[in-house]
Write a protein that binds this ligand. Structure first.
Ligand SMILES: [Zn+2]
Ligand SMILES: [Zn+2]
Length: 240
């Protein structure tokens, strides 16, 4: 079935995202814009995913638990899971690898945990935007161990991307999909990088503000509208 997606959205848990990006607001904005399936991908944390998924159940839109991980090489990778418990376990592991640098709200912004009613349930004290201790080399296998899948984010950006950090794709890197920003020229990237042949292209908003959640544009053809179907599709034949 044809499903409109946005698989890269931040909530108010990300320090750089607007405090109005509450689970209720962001999920319902995505619903208004006509999306069928979205993923919540805060920096280095899955802490608001459970609440957003509950809002999704009410709103009638699939919310996939996820994270935008910053690798030790400072490469952003979107990690998606088909199960919230495993997603949260992965989040705990990622947190254990991070340098415990305290967030300074006045500089970086708040990092708010929220319940499904948009009440503040706590704050993350460690700055989430720093690099984790996880290298991109081992990331696909690590995420797979939690039942998830990962892909490099915004490869066309000149910061925090696999190309800006490494200059090229390591040929041994076992990835099955990659993300471009909505405006990027896919012909350029497929033409320039042999590595990308046959890989699945995803385009998402990377929204940090409600107004960044654009009208639906990009879709996938999935067996059913579920996190399980999405993760299975993105894994493709990577484990064969
Ligand atoms: Zn990013
Ligand atoms: Zn992002």
């Amino acid at each position: 079935m044809k499903l409109y997606y946005d698989l890269h959205i931040h909530s108010c848990l990300s320090p750089c995202a607007d405090d109005d990006m509450t689970p209720w607001n962001l999920v319902n904005m995505a619903k208004i814009q006509g999306f069928d399936i979205i993923a919540l991908t805060d920096h280095n944390s899955t802490g608001n995913c459970r609440s957003a998924m509950k809002v999704g159940e009410i709103a009638g839109i699939t919310v996939v638990p996820g994270m935008e991980l910053c690798t030790s090489e400072e490469i952003h990778c979107v990690c998606l899971f088909d199960d919230i418990d495993k997603a949260e376990a992965f989040g705990e592991y990622v947190r254990s690898t991070m340098l415990p640098i305290k967030n300074r709200e006045e500089i970086f912004g708040q990092q708010l945990f929220m319940d499904e009613g948009d009440g503040v349930s706590g704050k993350e004290e460690i700055l989430l935007t720093v690099a984790s201790g996880i290298s991109i080399d081992g990331l696909p296998d690590l995420v797979n161990g939690y039942g998830g899948v990962c892909f490099p984010a915004h490869i066309d950006r000149n910061s925090y991307s696999v190309l800006s950090s490494l200059g090229d794709f390591p040929p041994e890197l076992r990835l099955n999909a990659f993300e471009l920003t909505p405006e990027a020229d896919e012909g350029f990237y497929f033409g320039k990088y042999e590595y990308l042949q046959g890989k699945k292209l995803l385009r998402s908003s990377d929204a940090h503000y409600l107004e960044n959640i654009r009208e639906r544009e990009f879709y996938l053809d999935l067996e059913e509208n579920s996190a399980r179907a999405l993760v299975g599709y993105l894994k493709g034949n990577i484990n064969e």
